[in-house]
Design a protein around this ligand. Structure first.
Ligand SMILES: NC(=O)c1ccc[n+]([C@@H]2O[C@H](COP(=O)([O-])OP(=O)(O)OC[C@H]3O[C@@H](n4cnc5c(N)ncnc54)[C@H](O)[C@@H]3O)[C@@H](O)[C@H]2O)c1
Ligand SMILES: O=c1ccn([C@@H]2O[C@H](COP(=O)(O)OP(=O)(O)O[C@H]3O[C@H](CO)[C@H](O)[C@H](O)[C@H]3O)[C@@H](O)[C@H]2O)c(=O)[nH]1
Length: 369
């Protein structure tokens, strides 16, 4: 039995593919669009290997409004969108901000307009903890609650803040217009999911993060050090006001994060909250050094690093207060940092070339059983 249909933009990417898997496991029909800028279509096969169901994949750029219209016309049953497609590197966004505004902001505008034309009224948006900026500028805002004033410190964060605002204005307007016309205003809803730092892979070892160019995030970079693709990790600053001088992030297992999307979507459909923001994090902060140690423990040897200067746009501490998601959505991160590191290492060891190589036979055999 299909419980609903979801268009997943950026669905061959890291978080999108795990969410597509979680949606299929929760009996949603899933249509993925992606332009493969930072992903591989092979992940569709891996999703099928794991859950026995295959999402439909359509190559489509989210800034191509005509193509978006065609997708909605081909699938008139789609009644929800989860919007991942974006550029996501904090550092790079300071170098090519216009590209970040084009893909992240203009792409979201195209999507909302196309959804409006096709009467698709629920959206779950991939926002980010980056929208809070430096929460240590306030007293008592670490761990960060959703009520913390927003103030991104880099162009990437500004695009996420801008899209959150655009979605909020749009959904509120749609609700107001529907009410005036005596129509059902409650069908217009948005979840703004502010993720902290996703980590890890599928425990099977056949599905994980596979960035196409040079990765920017800490864990994929550490994974490259572990398999010898990179000599050492560069630690961006050891002069932060943390216990060991390195910056603090809240690393959340990718399976917990993916599950957060299905529960948020279910909540939109059952409670019709209008626009609501939820933090998805564990509530536990780890420094860069703690992450190097945790991943080194999973690998079984100490990974080399060198301290360099701070990265522009970085902040000291992004740790979530996830109480709202816990009380309202009934969602809580269940897996540990150790789980994330072990799963990441299993994926990396088995797939040093990412999705460009066949999964090991023993996995295929086991999954067939
Ligand atoms: N990974 C993180 O640390 C993190 C944290 C918070 C929020 N986010 C947000 O979550 C979302 C997914 O991130 P991810 O880590 O899975 O990144 P990802 O790069 O793995 O996935 C993004 C996907 O979007 C696709 N894409 C990019 N531009 C596109 C375009 N113009 N048209 C269609 N598809 C396009 C890419 O090919 C990729 O498959 C992004 O919106 C990101 O900003 C990520
Ligand atoms: O080579 C590296 C890469 C990262 N870091 C440090 O590791 C921490 C995590 O950095 P990431 O680049 O992995 O993640 P960010 O927190 O900068 O950003 C990520 O998580 C955010 C949410 O917290 C955003 O949404 C964003 O999309 C996503 O890239 C930071 O302190 C960073 O300075 C290093 O020391 N060396």
């Amino acid at each position: 039995m299909v419980v609903g249909s979801v268009l997943v933009t950026g669905g061959t990417g890291y978080i999108g593919s795990f969410t597509a898997l979680a949606l299929l496991e929760a009996d949603y029909k899933v249509v993925i669009i992606d332009n493969l800028y930072n992903s591989s279509p092979e992940v569709i096969n891996r999703i099928e290997l794991i859950c026995g169901k295959k999402p439909e994949y359509i190559q489509c750029d989210v800034t191509d409004e005509k193509k978006l219209d065609e997708v909605f016309e081909k699938h008139p049953d789609i009644d929800n969108v989860i919007h991942f497609a974006a550029l996501k590197a904090v550092g790079e966004s300071g170098e090519v901000p216009l590209e970040y505004y084009r893909v992240n902001v203009y792409g979201s505008l195209c999507l909302l307009r196309s959804m409006q034309r096709h009467n698709v009224t629920n959206i779950v948006f991939s926002s980010s903890a980056t929208v809070y900026g430096d929460a240590t500028r306030f007293e008592n805002m670490i761990p960060i609650p959703e009520t913390c004033p927003l103030g991104p410190t880099n162009p990437y964060g500004n695009t996420k803040f801008g899209v959150e605002t655009m979605i909020t204005d749009h959904v509120n307007a749609e609700r107001g217009n529907a009410k005036k016309a005596g129509k059902d205003e409650k069908k217009f809803n948005a979840a703004l999911l502010r993720y902290f730092n996703p980590a890890g892979s599928h425990p099977s070892g056949i599905m994980g993060e596979d960035p196409q160019g040079v990765p920017y995030n800490l864990l994929p970079l550490l994974a490259q050090v572990a398999v010898g693709k990179r000599e050492k990790l560069l630690v961006f600053g050891d002069d932060y006001a943390s216990k060991d001088g390195t910056a603090i992030r809240d690393y959340i297992h990718i399976l917990d994060l993916a599950r957060g999307h299905t529960v948020a979507l279910n909540y939109l459909r059952s409670h019709s909250p209008g626009v609501r923001a939820w933090n998805l994090g564990t509530g536990k902060g780890s420094t860069v050094y703690e992450m190097i140690n945790a991943f080194s423990a999973a690998v079984g040897r100490k990974l080399p690093y060198e301290v360099v200067g701070r990265r522009a746009g970085d902040v000291l501490n992004l740790t979530a207060n996830a109480t709202r998601a816990n009380t309202e959505l009934g969602w809580k991160a269940e897996r540990t940092l150790e789980d994330a590191c072990e799963d990441l290492w299993r994926w990396t060891e088995n797939n040093p070339q990412g999705y460009r190589q066949e999964p090991p036979k023993e996995f295929l055999e086991r999954l067939k059983k």
